[in-house]
Design a protein around this ligand. Structure first.
Ligand code: NAD
Length: 294
């Protein structure tokens, strides 16, 4: 694998985590964002991440210092990408922003640079043309809290070169991820292709008043040995996100049961400040240390 220098575009929630994890594993990382002030905010995020690594991974202060020493910052796109073997894009989830971003990037990036998008809901083919190098472009999708939830879904579009795909699989492993190769474009990758219908089916049972959330979860957990049921997962994802997805599906399909589910989520949970684990209550109650006490 010929990757040493990695540029991460966008230093928000995911960009900062990807950059830190990559530096932690010994790669040279350049962080790019639009303004110096955003880069300064990223430096603070790295300090907080350092503490999380110490708590969650028992990293030493020396490990964290080494990671920080591997990171440099730039608000100049051409400068940020000039030595990059790989550029990982984590700019906002908006097709117009991504298209504009890749159009500008294509003008200044060296020919050798592979581009990877961390987009959760857009497909690489939607902006492959703008990259100017569709064969050296694919999706590399991380999960929030990359150091713990270390999946990397690596997804080709129809024009991605096979050797580029294999290089990124190797890279993902080299930064401590479990690499999950996906051979064709699939909205939602693997995880959400499974999770969204699963959670939707559970919501259906609840809205139809077939059984209580606790009974539905218990059935799933005891029968399959899974550690959590769908409603405990809803609490972790957050009920605002659950509401937004359900409402969007209801509006798009005109399905009355989905509308009822959205309305129930809003009335019984969101309007009462019960947003899931983060607020201490959703379908279950949680104590301060997030232990399930229901
Ligand atoms: P965010 O809003 O936290 O961060 C986006 C960053 O991009 C900001 O720092 C912003 O200043 C910067 N930015 C905006 N326009 C830019 C431009 N033109 N060039 C460079 N930087 C620009 O967003 P996020 O949650 O980190 O999400 C980024 C990407 O990662 C999205 O595609 C999202 O789907 C994906 N993702 C997010 C999560 C998550 O849990 N947040 C998980 C997996 C994947």
């Amino acid at each position: 694998m010929n990757i040493k220098n990695v540029t991460v575009f966008g230093s928000g929630v995911l960009g900062s985590q990807i950059a830190f994890q990559t530096a932690y594993k010994g790669f040279n990382v350049t962080v790019y964002d639009l303004k110096e002030e955003y880069l300064n905010a990223a430096k603070e995020k790295f300090e907080q991440l350092g503490e999380r690594y110490k708590n969650d991974l028992q990293s030493t202060s020396q490990d964290i210092e080494n990671a920080m020493n591997n990171i440099s910052f730039s608000a100049d796109l051409a400068e940020a990408v000039k030595d990059a073997d790989l550029g990982i894009e984590a700019v906002p989830e908006d097709i117009h922003i991504k298209k504009d971003f890749y159009t500008n990037l294509a003008k200044v990036a060296p020919e050798k640079t592979i581009f990877a998008t961390n987009s959760s809901t857009l497909l690489p083919s939607q902006f492959a043309e703008e990259t100017g190098r569709p064969e050296r472009f694919l999706a590399l999708h991380f999960a929030n809290e990359v150091w713990k939830n270390n999946t990397a879904e690596i997804m080709k579009h129809s024009g991605t070169d096979q050797t580029v795909f294999e290089t990124i699989i190797d890279f993902a492993k080299a930064i401590g991820m479990v690499a999950l190769p996906i051979y064709k474009e699939q909205p939602g990758y693997i995880l959400n292709s499974l999770l969204v219908p699963f959670l939707g089916a559970a919501m259906d049972l609840y809205v139809k008043e077939i059984a209580d959330p606790q009974t539905i979860d218990k059935t799933w957990m005891i029968a399959t040995g899974a550690p959590k049921g769908p409603f405990a997962i809803y609490d972790i994802v957050g009920l605002t996100t659950a509401y937004n997805i359900t409402k969007m599906r209801a509006d798009a399909s005109g399905d009355e049961r989905l509308s009822k589910a959205a309305w129930k989520l809003k009335r019984d949970f969101i309007d009462k400040g019960k947003l899931g684990v983060t607020t201490g209550e959703g379908f279950y109650k949680y104590s301060n240390d997030n232990e399930d006490v229901a």
